[in-house]
Design a protein. Sequence first.
Length: 145
Amino acid sequence: MIEKNSSFLLYPTSGGSMFPFIRGGDYILVKKVPLQTIQSGDAIVFESDVKVKVCHRVVKIEKKDSALWFHTGGYKNSAGEVYPVRQERVLGKVVAINRKAGIITLPVKGLQNLFFKCDCFLNETIFYMKKFLAKIVFFKKFRDM
């Protein structure tokens, strides 16, 4: 299972702004990276003004008022429709996508075995979810006795 203090985050996706690169129902593996390593064209996850996690590609990066601003947009967004994101809202960079057809890894330096890591994270997450649900069922039965 991916822990909160891990450098990886795993998110389910919905919506279609990143189609066909990322599709609704895919899981994305996001790595916390130094902001200076993010480049135009990278897919990042950030928190929106209304506290929703959003995945978009970086279109442009600029430094303004001693802060980095990432101008982002989905693949299906209209031309010119770009959303500025201040550096504090960036959660990380997408390094792998898991979809029913298999795991798609993106080239990231220093992450050999990413295919294996992503698959293990998903399997562990499912394992712990099953254990958690089993405990709920057990306590419900015990309570109803």
